[in-house]
Design a protein around this ligand. Structure first.
Ligand code: IPE
Ligand code: IPE
Ligand code: MG
Length: 246
């Protein structure tokens, strides 16, 4: 068995906010507020246990299909979180980056996102990547376009496009591949999250709804991860003898 180490990169699909409040007959917005509190606890915990990288799915490219009022509330919550919490995260030496299509956001929100990225860019304790208006298919398409333009401009030969170069064209260039994906809320699907990047991640699904997430839930998932053997196509015996990873 693989020795019980922490993942270097944890990715989370934070799902279940709406169902969490529906049980209490409350409007969905309250669930998203509770979700934000859970996220604060989870980020703190990840920093405390020295996890190097955390990527969270905050808003998908498909989430625009929700009622306008809910979309507005989610984006308002995001804006407020940026203003209120970025300084605190900066003090805690956390580096924040965003992935996703930004052009659909207001100019002021885009500027705020840039400000936070610049403010925190040299922080070393935890790299927190926030996927917002993100879709895995969008990411693959935008990477392909970038590479195709470079080929058309004569800056790149088509035969030089390999997996590494493709990875570097993705919006997650510079990130490592997630070792572990956690999805809360009971659904067992990727919902168009990091399609390329999750190719060899361990996946942990839990019924716990996101607002109920906390340090203990993370520790349970990490304990499960430590019991997994990552084989990357090899036999169990080969895998036990080496530390190869993708
Ligand atoms: C996750 O919770 C938050 C976002 C998708 C932004 P949901 O809002 O999807 O909650 P459920 O799945 O309806 O319970
Ligand atoms: C995935 O959750 C997106 C985020 C957590 C931001 P959804 O609730 O949107 O996923 P589906 O639609 O149920 O697959
Ligand atoms: Mg959901």
């Amino acid at each position: 068995m693989r020795d019980s180490t922490l993942p270097k990169h944890l990715a989370i699909i934070m799902d279940g906010n709406g169902r969490w409040v529906a049980r209490q007959g409350q409007p969905r917005g309250l669930g998203h507020r509770a979700g934000r509190k859970a996220l604060r606890k989870v980020v703190e915990h990840c920093a405390q246990i020295n996890l190097p990288e955390l990527t969270i799915f905050a808003f998908s490219s498909e989430n625009w299909q929700r009622p306008v009022t809910e979309v507005k509330l989610l984006l308002d919550l995001f804006k407020r979180a940026l203003r209120k919490e970025a300084n605190e995260l900066h003090k805690n030496n956390i580096c924040i980056t965003f992935i996703g299509e930004r052009s659909r956001f207001s100019v002021s929100l885009q500027q705020e996102m840039l400000r936070v990225e610049e403010l925190t860019q040299n922080n070393q304790r935890l790299q927190l990547n926030v996927a917002i208006n993100y879709g895995g298919r969008w990411d693959i398409v935008q990477a392909s376009r970038k590479l195709a333009s470079a080929v058309a401009a004569g800056e790149l030969r088509a035969e030089d496009i390999d997996e590494q170069r493709f990875s570097r064209a993705l919006s997650s260039a510079g990130y490592s591949m997630p070792d572990l994906l956690i999805r809360s809320g009971g659904e067992q699907r990727l919902s168009n999250f990091l399609l390329w990047q999750l190719a060899y991640s361990e996946i942990y699904f839990t019924d716990t709804l996101w607002p109920d997430f906390n340090a203990n839930e993370i520790d349970i998932a990490l304990a499960e991860y430590s019991r997994r053997q990552r084989r990357f196509g090899r036999t169990p015996l080969q895998a036990a003898r080496s530390t190869y990873s993708v």
